[in-house]
Design a binder for this molecule. Sequence first.
Ligand code: GLY
Length: 321
Amino acid sequence: MLTTWSFGPTGNDAAFPALMRGGDALDGVVHAATVIEADPTIDSVGVGGLPDYDGRVSLDACVMTDPNRAGAVAFIRHYANPTQIARRVMEKTIHVTLVGDGAEDFAGREGFARAELLTQDARRVWEAWRNDPSGIDRDKYKGWIPPRNVEELRGSFVAPGAGAPGNAASAKRFPEPHHDTVGILAMDSRGRLAGACSTSGMAFKVPGRVGDSPIIGQGLYVDQEAGAACATGTGEIITGVCGSFLIVELMRRGAPPVDAVRETLERVRKRFTLLEDHQTAFCALDRHGRWASGALRPGFRHTITDDAGSRVEDPTFVLLP
Ligand code: GLY
């Protein structure tokens, strides 16, 4: 299993034993994502995720095993398990993506329990942000107080009462200067690939904004004939290059995972006017089991889990060190 960020072991360690017993890669990635979504100290995924501009949490997620086998949900506001709902969309409908009220009605009909997603910690951080928009260049962001990446929050913003940048509990457990979407790739003992991607999106986003994570080909892409890739970071720059799809296509044409990730990050660098708070990282796993990760800027770490256990590591490379 190859997972974004240092919260990877939280999910991978729960899911990996079943993979070692011959379990299915899709079950593994969904299990891992579900555990991470349920952890309220992870403030960028699931319960405890930081809310949008209006203080409301919305979740996006997808799963995939092949071009003809994918499911996704976006703008989920009352259910804590978007990855499981995405899997259900894949398995029980003729569609790939459900959003908003329709996705929630579907989840309710499928028996998922409603949940409150906004934790007290996350509410405190949001309130502090709304009460202190100092130093924000509103013109640059078309009149809105700009949404901020968790990356930027962690580095520059101290929430009164929280005692540390961002969500104090989260900052304590996950010491990177930032973290973001969970993307999980797995290869099981029969060589089957699967991926899952889940996020609460950019902190303080414009309500209704959906990033890369639930979009097949952007936050996640899997093709048994080529490989799998997932993304984390600023959704808008991942979306512009169809990042995960591009990596898998490069691997299909023979690129090792590290080269596929590098070429994709180079595309991001060349085709965007990058802001200081723009960050993205990709994980890639090819059909032979070779893997790599790469980040646009320092700060990203991945978790690799195999029969030797879980290790949280620096990425294979950083494009702009
Ligand atoms: N990568 C998560 C997002 O931008 O929503």
